[in-house]
Design a protein around this ligand. Sequence first.
Ligand code: SF4
Length: 523
Amino acid sequence: MTDSLAQRVSDELLPFVRHPAQYIGGEVNQLVRPGDWRAADVRVVIGFPDTYAIGMSHLGCQILYWLCNHTPGVCAERTYAPWIDAERVMREKGIPLFTWDTRQPVAEADIFAISLQYELCFTTLLNMLDLAGIPLRSADRTDAHPLVIVGGPQADNPEPVADFVDLVVIGDGEHSMREILAAYREYKAAGVGRREMIERMARRFPWIYAPNLYDARFHDDGTLAGYKPRGAGLPERIERCKTPDFDAVPFPTRPLVPWVEVVHDRISIEIMRGCPQVCRFCHAGFTKRPLNLRSVDRILEIAEQAYAATGQQEIGLLSLSTADYPHLRELADRLNERFAPRRVNLSFPSLRVDKMLQNIPQMANAVRKGGITMAVEAARDDMRRAIRKKVTDGNLLDGVREVYKAGWQRIKLYFMCGFPGEREEDIRGIVDIAEAISLERAKLGLPPGNVTASIGWLVPKPFTPFQWMAQPRVAYFRRVRDMLRDIARNRGRGFRVHVSGHAGYGAAAEMASENPWKAASQI
Ligand code: SF4
């Protein structure tokens, strides 16, 4: 079956799709070799419910891939969502979803572990299950099917996908995956079947939620009141899994290097987990606590090893808010000292605007000056105060001026609309501030800055103060979108406005806790 599947992918799929190189696997630093899958006690497929270009840029999947394949007796392969043309061919020819490493059928895994990063991937999860030939509903699966386990930020609100998954992991992936692999191996050796295994896992690990073992309770008005475990020994309240020693946790020092262009083609090093800020809308800020830091020495060690193994020309220092990493200056200086002579750039993907100014010296020497991104979120000081975003027009313009002086000319600004109490001036203010930022460069005697204001919609997130808030109706977002486009059309020189069209879908998925089938069909 497997050999013939590998052959079928080569003969019947790859010649008929537009970008076949994204499906061939075998990247530099792939950990799985032919024969590993068959020899393993526990076979895992790590799935990312989006395209290869996005999935390969996701550090979490590379960490789990590394961790699983460094666990004795375990083989982990990867799969991603095929693009539309590939899916069409696969469905026409009956080619099931396969793994990228050695083209195994995903349905033959013991564990299918999927990272849910955003609401819009819920339907892709269903599509991937269907393509794999795994029954969509957990209740319809048998011992012949893998355990479908989801984690990641969207697992914090798993009800929209509750019928379709067997287990939900809340919290960090490293510690939980290690524990799950050990438990699975033990149960499999003892001949425990999937239903019993799900129950045992749910009782054993306080951070595992098995949706099928809980009943929903509702208030008189029909709103959700909570969930009650069906059996004894199941936790009433699910805890968040925390990685005990963040600095010592395994990290992929030989990351995969794709053959094709992907979204982030660089060495990515997570320098800090969590964020000391608590912006009111931010799920990550509220859930990833306490703050975990990776030491400067460990980061340097990872950077050296990853560079030697990949030859990448950029090192991304990742965290939710890199400017809050307390040793950033020392880290940037020491990395620069080692890597600048080798022409390796550093990137700081998530610097807070209010800290931008003080970080310009490190960035100016170390970062390629393509473009710089600032998450402004709201256009006016009072609204930013209301959402607890510590940015003012003053420090925004001060930061931008220094950015221009240091040589950048392209700036991307992120905004959100749909905050409670939002007024027309908050919407119009987006264009005003984008224009002001563009013109700030002209004040230095240079052409206006090239500014793009990107506007997304607030999706109220669980565990934030906005979690019970009703999202404005789609009609409101359409009106805002049209207003912004009109204003920008009449005013825009030097800046552009890009408005997302996905809010309604994201919120529908986030809030559809009572009827996931209905939600999935609405999306
Ligand atoms: S600074 Fe960014 S990551 Fe931190 S809480 Fe605010 S929005 Fe979230």
